[in-house]
Design a protein around this ligand. Structure first.
Ligand code: ADP
Length: 223
């Protein structure tokens, strides 16, 4: 489902060249949960962003469902990111002026799914919020929600378009252990019930233990 071949990524700050990824190759199969672990600054987020087409490698190639992301147009990539890939970040990134329900609906509104009328979309968003245990928080604004609740809204938002692939960047990094456990359970259910393929960047050993495959990254390389 997802393959990275010999990924290198350099950043240059003026004269200095910072080499972050130094030849990363990996293959993630459909239905798998994979974790990418490693020390801070090792290149985990950079790799995840490249896998999800949010960033481009300097050299090397990423394939999503067999299609190379190298020479595709930005609009095609936006379409794929919106319809087939869900993202969950450490700091939730909810839009503060919108309710939980509206935040969950946004990716579907952006993708203008013609088959889904506003009413049906709202229903779908309510169902997802109920599934993450937030049936009674739909009209709340992000500022009125706890960190754990905001992350569950972010998870529901990532799922509204029924992605095949879910990419999570430190999804429990800002949560206490109880809320972290809830997120773990939701990811586990998502994988077993909806067969979603999940890639998780994490420091947390409990989160990593969800994975059937753990990639250790150090100094820009997989160990
Ligand atoms: P991790 O997720 O493992 O903590 P990151 O992928 O966020 O690591 O970052 C890896 C390295 O790349 C860090 O040293 C970071 O400072 C650097 N880096 C990340 N993004 C940029 C950027 N846009 N410009 C320059 N350096 C960056």
């Amino acid at each position: 489902m997802l393959e990275a071949r010999d990924i290198h990524k350099y950043y240059s700050n003026g004269k200095e060249k910072l080499s972050v990824l130094k030849g990363v190759t990996l293959k993630i199969s459909e239905g798998e949960i994979a974790a990418i672990v490693g020390p801070s600054g090792a290149g985990k987020s950079t790799l995840l962003h490249i896998l999800g087409g949010l960033d481009k490698p300097t050299t090397g190639e990423v394939f999503f469902e067999g299609k190379s992301l190298r020479h595709v147009s930005e609009s095609w990539l936006c379409g794929i990111r919106n319809s087939s890939i869900g993202f969950v970040f450490q700091f939730y990134h909810l839009l503060p002026e919108f309710s939980a329900l509206e935040n969950v609906m946004l990716p579907a509104i952006i993708s203008r799914r013609p088959s889904l009328e506003r009413h049906a979309l709202e229903q779908a968003a309510r169902i997802l919020l109920a599934e993450v245990g937030l049936r009674h928080r739909v009209t709340h604004l992000p500022a009125q929600l706890s960190g754990g609740e905001q992350q569950r809204v972010a998870l529901a938002r990532a799922l509204i378009n029924g992605p095949k692939l879910l990419l999570c960047d430190e999804p429990t990094g800002n949560l206490d252990s109880e809320n972290g456990k809830q997120i773990c359970q939701l990811l586990k259910n998502l994988n077993s019930e909806k067969k979603a393929t999940i890639v998780i960047v994490t420091h947390n050993t409990e989160v990593a233990s969800l994975a059937s495959k753990i990639y250790k990254i150090k100094d820009g390389k997989l160990e």
